[in-house]
Design a protein around this ligand. Sequence first.
Ligand code: 5GP
Length: 114
Amino acid sequence: MAERTLFQKIIDRDVPADIVYEDDQCIAFHDINPQAPTHILIVPRKPIPSVDEITEEDEPLIGHLFVVAKHLAEEEGLEHGYRTVFNCGDHGQQSVDHLHLHLLGGRQLSWPPG
Ligand code: 5GP
């Protein structure tokens, strides 16, 4: 069996996390090394390694992650805006090979991201 990713271990409750939301499709928890006052990771239960491995059948799931992000942004009071990010691969500086949507907000973010 393939080695479980860190985020799979969080989903399985084998690694603790500060979980803020979950449903049958995804789980959301605070990033351990927050880059903004709000930094939440929204992770599908389906172990898709990265954006590169998303298929057409995942389209409703990916849309769902954004709907969850919007609701969490509202709960977090991010009325001035926020950023949603999927890092992908080496150049995208993805470090955990289980798809996750970053929700960042609570301060003025800059662009380009560096
Ligand atoms: P990536 O770099 O793959 O886009 O994002 C992975 C994120 O996972 C990083 O922002 C990192 O801080 C976060 N992270 C790494 N290890 C842990 C952990 O054990 N718990 C939590 N909650 N977040 C983690």
